[in-house]
Design a protein around this ligand. Sequence first.
Ligand code: DX5
Ligand code: ZN
Length: 219
Amino acid sequence: MIAPSILSADFARLGEEVAAVAGHGDTRADWVHVDVMDNHFVPNLTLGLPVVQSLLKVTDVPLDCHLMIEDPDRWAPGYAEAGAYNVTVHVEAAHDPVMLAKNLRAAGAKAGLSIKPNTPLEPHLETLKHYDTLLVMSVEPGFGGQSFIPDVLEKVRTARRLVDTGHLQVLVEIDGGINTDTIEQAAEAGVDCFVAGSAVYGAQDPGQAVAALRAQADR
Ligand code: DX5
Ligand code: ZN
């Protein structure tokens, strides 16, 4: 699955930018990835619930909301109630991540857990069964256009093994530095869903960029 990140889109034309990856066939995004940043958990500020609510009105592509915010326990359920398909919170920020996952599911969304590059996965493996997605960050969260950190693929392999042996039912997602050069190694490690910002919205034709990533991941 390919999830273009609108962090690299033109914020003045967000509806059109989402429509550019909502066509048919290989050029259609599986999800659109929405990076919510609060300038506290990460040193950058993007958009919040009102923009997500507006996007939900203009697209039928499921929205994958990645909350890079403090106190997601308080704010994340609002995104689920609004109709976001998947709501992902950071393990480093949530006070009670398992309770939060339950609240997100009760509000009708899938629940995701995200983990920064330097945060070990092992202490959280036992709780992963409460989530639908695991978002492995392959850059420090905050900005698009950074270089892929290959070391995080070890976490992808660990999660993949648990999924394949039936000990876990989560989609493994990766976010940061994914492009046609890096996507193959991530695919080999066992990623199910690839987030790509600059590789999609930095391209002349975002839909074609989605198709190119898809082709490269399937090689
Ligand atoms: C970074 C965001 C990413 C970002 C990825 O903090 O979580 O979703 O948009 O951008 P690229 O694909 O350019 O690394
Ligand atoms: Zn993201």
